[in-house]
Each structure stands twice: as C-alpha cells, then as structure tokens.
Design a protein around this ligand. Structure first.
Ligand code: CA
Length: 232
C-alpha cells in the first residue's frame, strides 16, 4: 500500500485532503507541524510527502532540507500564491514539485503520481548498470530516454516512450486498454480512448518494418495489446 504523509497545519485543508486520499486507496499519515512531520518520516517512511511551506515552528523548507539529508522520498511543496521565492528555494533544497494554493485535488493527485513514477525510474545509488531494455530490434535506454531501432536512434515523444517502455517491460504479456491508459496516462485520464490507438499507430510506424502488419506491437482483439519478442 502506498503511504502519503500530509503535512498541513490548517485542519480545514488537511481533513478533506486526507479524506480524498483515503477514499482513493492511499494509506495517509498526518502531521500538523514540522516536528511531527519529521517524527512521522523517521518512524514510518512514507512513499510521498505533501509538505505545506508555511508551518508553525520548523518551516516547510527546513523540514524538506532535513528529510533530504537521508531520504530521496518524493516531496511536493504546497505554497501560497505569491511565495515565488520560497518555491524556488523549495526546489533548490530538493522538493520534487510544488503546487500553489488553492489547488484542485485532481491536480495534486496527478502530481503525486508523477513524482512517484519519476522516483521509480531513478537509478538506485548502488546499481550503476544502466537500465536497458531490449526486444528484437528495439533497444531502450530508460535512464537516458533513448530508443534505438536496428541501431538507429529514434526520437519518441514522452507518451510514446512511456507506452513503449511499459509494453517492453511486459513483453509477451497482454495488457488491456484500461491497464495501459491507467499506467501511461493515469487513472484520472478522461480523454478519448482513441488517444491510445493513435499512440499505438505512431509507435508502430517507428518500430515496425511494416506498420500495417505489426510483428512486434500486436493487437489482441477484444483485449488490448502486447509486445511480442520475435527472438523468443
Ligand atoms: Ca500552513
């Protein structure tokens, strides 16, 4: 279960946020000031932290700085409208992102998911091997965001890259349309489901020899898509 620590001194802001996050299936820890936030981090390392900047006692920036001394946990700063300087400071001392009050819950959730996704992609410090994925003629260097097809560098826009990475990580497994949309666009995605087909089509034109008769990125009728390893 994903645990999110909400650091916010104003009860009227904290309570609905906690409610919404719990409703969406997150395990939520609450802290109303910096000291309690640091204690919560030390006790049970959360997966992400929403950190209000204006806190009584230890400031949000100081809390962020101290957490960063020994943790890479994703931190989203919550700032008031005109705290431009604090925002910059927040990012400089290691916050991953910030939202400005008043924010919508949706926006906040999207950012939490984005920073957590980025976090998952970060290479760990002990492992200096590059994250390289390979299927048939396709080679993906995840850390460098590079794709080669038959040894030629191919530029992919972000979503296509994410789609390709997802399919390759699940090579020879069928992914449903819903799974793909949830994982690449996020469960809050409300756009046209044709978006996925458009991206698949574009991706095929870059990786397949004949995009009309795909051998790698195959459609599984009535279900979704799968990446097939031609060498398997
Ligand atoms: Ca506050």
């Amino acid at each position: 279960m994903t645990t999110i620590l909400v650091v916010e001194d104003e009860e009227s802001l904290r309570a609905p946020l906690v409610f919404n996050l719990q409703r969406d299936g997150y395990d939520v820890l609450e802290a109303e000031d910096g000291e309690r936030a640091l204690a919560a981090v030390a006790e049970s390392m959360p997966d992400a932290i929403l950190l209000d900047l204006m806190l009584p006692g230890i400031s949000g920036t100081e809390v962020c700085r101290r957490i960063r001394q020994d943790s890479e946990v994703p931190i989203i700063m919550v700032t008031a409208k005109d705290d431009v300087v604090d925002r910059i400071v927040g990012l400089e001392i290691g916050a991953d992102d910030y939202v400005t009050k008043p924010y919508s819950y949706r926006e906040l959730l999207a950012r939490i998911r984005a920073v957590m996704r980025r976090q998952e992609r970060k290479p760990s410090e002990v492992e200096d091997d590059e994250d390289v994925l390979k299927v048939g003629p396709i080679l993906v260097r995840v850390d460098r965001h590079e794709v080669e097809v038959h040894g030629e560098l191919v530029h992919l826009p972000l979503r296509e890259f994410e789609l390709l990475e997802l399919l390759i990580r699940n090579v020879n497994r069928v992914l449903t349309r819903t799974q793909i949309i949830n994982l690449v666009w996020g469960p809050d995605y409300v756009g046209d489901t044709k978006t996925l087909d458009v991206h698949v089509k574009r991706l095929r034109s870059r990786i397949e020899e004949d995009a009309k008769r795909p051998k790698l990125l195959q459609t599984v009728r009535g279900l979704g898509y799968k990446m097939v390893d031609p060498d398997a």
